[in-house]
Write a protein that binds this ligand. Structure first.
Ligand code: HEM
Length: 426
């Protein structure tokens, strides 16, 4: 028995040694393992110490540099259709994500269909609906006193908005939200066979909700000029601008991108503000004037989407290295947002900052987030009304973060809703 235990301990030490050696040599392993998931910013600095473009063990590259990320994301010699070049999907990306996953001309054709739903006119239409929903959520939370900031505030808001935007009937909204969240978890890759099976079941159920929606809207199209119901608009283009088999992936993309990200923006913003009481006090003193700045600083300092990747479609000279056709460059958006060559005091969360350059939280180039105006609108209204109506908001327990590498945000965030401002922070 003792011998067995000794052998096990030796084996564990050997594994540990191999593991740490491996991690030290591979920048992507740094991020994918638990410490990197817990505090990626520490790992980004270790990667940055290796240079602007660091090779990975799998024969790809990773960049923490704002300049190099921006160049790669805008350079048409890099694309997202890696499978055709390499026979394998983009690292981290396992689900068909419509035009997020397409290069031109398909990307251009499909994106053009979705774009009008995010025009400034449409944003003005959504604002009232968002304010109304934020008000309802805050009323319910205030009545309870203690609540979970994620499940009772940050998550229901984008779900309502995206359900409205797609025109999903109320009767289907709950199933829709549940299965959408499961699909969203695939943005970080499939973790286990069980996770894969859950994903497949959720995907089938969601397809079913959408299939019924398509039947309904083909029969009774909603007003395609109204703020809501993107599905009716997409269906009018079927066969012309969009093929039938492309309908589902596009709806799935809008659903997942719409709520797996905004929930984390709101969660990360409140988390940062409560960690910096002087900034929270400043926002409380001027909610209408500072909510937008608080959202932008959160997007820079702790963005919900931490990284993306591109594949070279031809050989490219980049940052003193040769990237061959078929090799990936992982662009660390969150590291770029703290690049000391661009931002002064990059690690400081400061809602009064005048940033030296645009952050890359919404990416750059042709895949720049089409939903950015909506995400900003939702988060600005949420923060403004939270500061106005719950100035005494305080933590009521430990924040638990999602165990994910690409998408970053709290999953459990207990708070109390007191209207009173604690004396020491006034
Ligand atoms: C804080 C919230 C959000 C963040 C941080 C975010 C971030 C991003 C990023 C980084 C990309 C580009 C990925 C790449 O370059 O590979 C992207 C693309 C996209 N986002 Fe967002 N997003 C947010 C909210 C939304 C919302 C609310 C919607 C829609 C309702 C949306 C829809 C999309 C779509 C459709 C794309 C694909 C664009 C393309 O490929 O041309 N996003 N988003």
């Amino acid at each position: 028995m003792r011998a067995l235990r000794f052998a096990a301990a030796l084996y564990a030490r050997r594994l540990d040694f191999m593991f740490h050696g491996y991690v030290r040599r591979d920048p992507m392993a740094l991020l994918q393992l638990r410490p990197g998931r817990h505090d990626p910013y520490l790992m980004y600095e270790r990667i940055r110490a290796g240079g602007d473009l660091v090779p990975t063990r799998l024969g790809n590259f990773v960049t923490p540099s704002h300049r190099v990320c921006n160049t790669v994301l805008r350079d048409r010699r890099f694309g997202v259709r890696a499978a055709e070049l390499t026979g394998r999907a983009t690292p981290d990306q396992q689900v068909d994500m419509s035009f997020l996953d397409r290069d031109p001309p398909d990307h251009t054709r499909l994106r053009r269909l979705a774009q009008p739903a995010f025009s400034p006119r449409r944003m003005a239409d959504y604002a009232g609906r968002i304010e109304q929903r934020v008000g309802e959520l805050l009323d319910a939370a205030a009545a309870k006193g203690s609540f979970d900031l994620v499940s009772e505030f940050a998550a229901p808001l984008p779900i309502t908005v995206i359900t409205d935007l797609l025109g999903v009937p109320d009767a289907d909204a709950d199933r829709f939200a549940r299965h959408g969240a499961t699909i969203g978890s695939a943005l970080d890759g499939i973790r286990s066979l069980r996770h894969g099976a859950r994903l497949k079941a959720a995907s089938d159920e969601l397809d079913d909700v959408f299939a019924r929606l398509f039947v309904l809207r083909r029969r009774e199209p909603a007003d395609t000029e109204s703020a809501t119901d993107l599905v009716s608009r997409i269906l009018t283009a079927e066969g012309d601008q969009i093929r039938s088999h492309e309908l589902l992936p596009m709806c799935r993309l809008l659903l997942v991108a719409g709520f797996e990200t905004t929930v984390n923006l709101i969660g990360n913003a409140v988390n940062a503000l409560l960690d910096h009481p002087e900034q929270w006090a400043a926002l409380r003193a001027d909610p209408a004037g500072l909510a937008e700045a608080a959202v932008e600083e959160t997007l820079r300092w702790d963005p919900p989407v931490q990284r993306t990747a591109r594949c070279a479609v031809e050989e490219v000279e980049l940052a003193g290295r040769t990237v061959r056709r078929g090799q990936f460059v992982v662009t660390l958006l969150a590291a770029a947002n703290r690049d000391p060559e661009v931002y002064s005091h990059p690690d400081r969360f400061d809602i009064h900052r005048t940033p030296e350059a645009d952050h890359l939280a919404f990416s750059s180039g042709i895949h720049y987030c089409v939903g950015a105006p909506l995400a900003r609108l939702e988060a600005v209204i949420a923060l403004r009304m939270l500061a106005e109506r719950m100035p005494g908001l305080a933590r009521a327990g430990t924040v638990r973060r999602r165990n994910a590498g690409i998408i970053r945000g709290p999953i459990h965030f207990p708070v109390t809703a007191s209207r009173r401002v604690p004396a020491q922070t006034v």
